[in-house]
Design a protein around this ligand. Sequence first.
Ligand code: TXA
Ligand code: MG
Length: 319
Amino acid sequence: MRTNSIDSAAAALQAGYLCAIPTETVYGLAADATNPTAIARVFEAKGRPSDHPLIVHIADGAYLGEWIRDIPEWALSLTKKFWPGPLTIVGRRTDAALNVVTGGQDTVAVRVPQHPVALELLRNLYSAGVPGLVAPSANRFGHVSPTSAEHVLADLGDYLSAHDDLVLDGGLCSVGVESTIVLALDHTPVILRPGAVSSADIESFTGTPIGHMRAETPRVSGALDSHYAPRAKVLLVSESELHNFVTHSGVGLIARDDVVTPPQCVRLLAANTNEDYARELYASMRHADELGLETILVVAPSGDDVAIAINDRLKRAAF
Ligand code: TXA
Ligand code: MG
């Protein structure tokens, strides 16, 4: 079931099987974006409500027009700047985007991932007549996203092996949190989910202030109050509060490396930079569950970079 072969992955996807794929953000559970039967199995495997839309992954920004029409100029230039990379654009869909992909909405989400294995796979499939792959994060719905093939197997291994599906192993993900999702319907960029491409990046690159979410803003399951959650209870604390906690053997700590570990606490993450924090965050939460810890104390990072995405995920993990 686990493979390093891009050819095997491409063949399986063309034949309608699922294949978990590495991307630079997190692993995705991929299916042919034009195959409704395969896509239905993605929802089944994840236990995800079927009205939650999926991101279409494509090989090259040049193919964006196959999926999104009337794209604003600022959004097109964003894709030219940040693709391949951790940026997803939501725009008005073309007929290529199936209802099972969009959740029946009139918009579709598209991105070009940066992982070399994913890109080669997408290019091979495009030449073979598969224009894109849907790929939600390859975890059970509501759980922590996977940043390694082992994480995928831990969540979905039983389901995937029972159906002869594959996991394409591309090593550890380099970014570690899901892509930034930007709504591109008019002249104002709206961030639906923060990621490694920050709002500061987008504002300075487009020269346009970021708009706010409106009531009619499309639904994003990653925006549910509780999501990205490990089994252990996540408690967000400040560095000064931390040392007032009476810690005991069932408690772990996630923080930057300048935060001192309280007595008896298991150090789960000690990141030197916010990028390291993002890359290792989900693995450290999964590690807490493997150790059977009851509680994870988290000192969130600060900054206007990927720290904003980390804080967003931590808030939902703690909810
Ligand atoms: O980094 C990522 O984006 C990863 C990797 C695998 O590419 N994928 C990912 O997919 O995080 P998923 O399905 O776990 O999260 C995609 C988010 C969901 O919250 C979904 O609601 C939102 O994108 N989304 C998809 N299509 C949308 C649309 N048309 N309008 C608004 N939100 C949409
Ligand atoms: Mg997800």
